[in-house]
Design a protein around this ligand. Structure first.
Ligand code: NAD
Length: 488
């Protein structure tokens, strides 16, 4: 098998880094060998990006003309939607209904930023004399977009679309575990006629390809989604370069069930919040706070429903729980279940490798619920990034808010209650970038997304998500014709 080429400066070629393998989490079969970029490839991609941005064929395009490229890319993703969803299911292991939704989200993202790009204006600022003063937006320069493995195509679209809409070139470094969808996006951008050099896709490891991109002086912004440790390392390099950086990082989000909640809805929301995507989700509702008055009843039903979740091949449309991304990751998740026991927790269900026929070769793991821990235990504080929910009772609202906010993370929060005043009070008191009331994991591209505290810096999506790829220029324009006062 020859390694798949990477996409550098509008050309498909074999990268100079060591090839990497990508495997299907369902059975660990080899999907593809992919060539990777070394530091010389990174430098070349940055030069191509700079040239492409300086070329009048791109630089002089008006926003509505740039928008056409995004619309064409959206149409091509839509044409290939089922193929892309099936490929992502193989590369990442998410159930097919989830990968279809991620492809649909990528289409919507390109369309949204095409529309936003056409309609976003600059500002005329109030003058304090006989002049016109304006604030206009310009592209930042070549952007590095570094993405994780858990939501390929949606993550990449969320960075590529606004970066291009703002007039930048963008170099994508997808996760080494899931490089295939970013390469497919490059094929579609190529087919859409995007001028060469505006998009490069450079698979590789974080240590080599990612680090080289972040450090390169020609990269003017890094947009990163991934773990907090990596985000902090990128932030340090960005500080030295005085380069803007946007960081979408980890989480340990509270999902709160009040005593007056519609319990049927809340159970569905809690299950979906922690177990969809096998819990491999930055916004997973992994700390499940339940009012003590309903705790025993709620937990008994939640356990029953968790045990009934359908684990299986992600190709099967009935599957709810697919495999984890890798054997290494499964070992890490399982290590947390063991830690929970050492910390005094009770495993109420799951937490082991299933012995179902047909799943032996994959990275499957039974969804687990744990109680008997406190919010100060490591199991309740650290991001597990797997199907493991920690159940925590609370007594009253003050106790709840104190516990919910007692975390280094601040990404998301769910609240289940019938009392709109309580919902509002908790929503305002919780330190999180997104709050869902009587729902969970609901998203709109028109609404900003991002984290507080160690969950990140900056916001993606929405109009501010487009401005984040631009810098402002102030223009003062004299209308009086009078010389400045000190001139003779
Ligand atoms: P990760 O931090 O290990 O890797 C993310 C990306 O960074 C990969 O492409 C990796 O190769 C690259 N990378 C690693 N070291 C680097 C370095 N020194 N310089 C540059 N790039 C480097 O994260 P992961 O395991 O791929 O993803 C899981 C994490 O992502 C979880 O913590 C999850 O919460 C987070 N995440 C956050 C969001 C969000 O929007 N907040 C969304 C999805 C995932």
């Amino acid at each position: 098998m020859h390694p798949l080429p990477l996409y550098l400066g509008g050309e498909w070629r074999i990268g100079r880094g060591a090839p990497l393998e990508t495997r299907n989490p369902h059975d660990n079969s080899l999907l593809a060998e992919v060539s990777t970029a070394d530091t010389a490839d990174v430098a070349e991609a940055v030069s191509c990006a700079e040239r492409a941005m300086a070329d009048p064929a791109w630089r002089n395009l008006l926003p509505h003309q740039r928008a056409l490229y995004l619309q064409r890319i959206a149409a091509l993703i839509e044409r290939d939607a089922e193929r892309l969803a099936q490929l992502q299911r193989q590369d990442n292991g998410k159930p097919i209904h989830e990968t279809r939704a991620l492809v649909a989200s990528a289409i919507g993202t390109f369309r949204y930023f095409a529309a936003a790009c056409e309609t976003l204006g600059g500002e005329i600022t109030p003058p304090r004399g006989d002049y016109l003063s304006m604030s206009v937006y310009e592209p930042l320069g070549p952007i590095a977009a570094i993405t994780p493995w858990n939501s390929p195509i949606a993550s990449e679209a969320q960075k590529i679309a606004p970066a291009l809409a703002a007039g930048n070139a963008v170099i994508v470094k997808p996760s080494e575990l899931t490089p295939l969808l970013a390469l497919e996006l490059a094929k579609l951008a190529d087919e859409a006629g995007l001028p060469k050099g505006l998009l490069s896709v450079l698979p590789g490891t974080g240590a080599i390809t990612g680090a080289a991109l972040v450090a390169h002086p020609g990269i003017r912004k890094v947009t990163f989604t991934g773990g907090t440790v990596t985000g902090r390392a990128i932030g340090r390099v960005a500080a030295d370069k005085l380069m803007p950086v946007s960081l979408e990082l980890g989480g340990k989000s509270p999902n709160i069930v009040c005593a007056d909640a519609d319990l049927a809805q809340a159970i569905n929301g809690v299950l979906f919040g922690i177990f969809s995507s096998q819990g491999q989700s930055c916004i997973a509702g992994s700390r499940i706070f339940v009012a003590r008055a309903i705790y025993d009843r709620f937990v008994a039903e939640l356990v029953r429903r968790t045990e009934a979740l359908r684990i299986g091949n992600p190709a099967d449309t009935a599957t709810q729980i697919g495999p984890l991304i890798s054997r290494d990751h499964r070992a890490k998740v399982q290590g947390y279940v063991k830690l929970a026991q050492e910390e005094g927790g009770r495993i109420l269900c799951g937490g082991a490798v299933p012995d179902d026929a047909g799943l032996e070769a994959g990275n499957y793991f039974q969804p687990a619920l744990i109680d008997g821990l406190t919010n100060s235990c490591r199991t309740a504080r650290e991001e597990i990034f797997g199907p493991v929910g920690v159940l925590l009772p609370f007594d009253d609202e003050d106790d709840l808010i104190a516990q919910a906010n007692d975390s280094v993370y601040g990404l998301a929060c769910g609240i289940w209650t019938a009392d709109y005043r309580r919902a509002w009070r908790i929503a305002r008191a919780v330190d999180a970038g997104t709050v869902w009331i009587n729902t969970y994991k609901l998203f709109s591209i028109a609404t900003p997304f991002g984290g507080n505290k160690e969950s990140g810096m900056g916001r993606e999506k929405a109009l501010d998500g487009l401005r984040a790829y631009m810098r402002q220029k102030s223009v003062y324009w004299d209308l009086s014709g009078r010389p400045l006062p000190w001139a003779n």
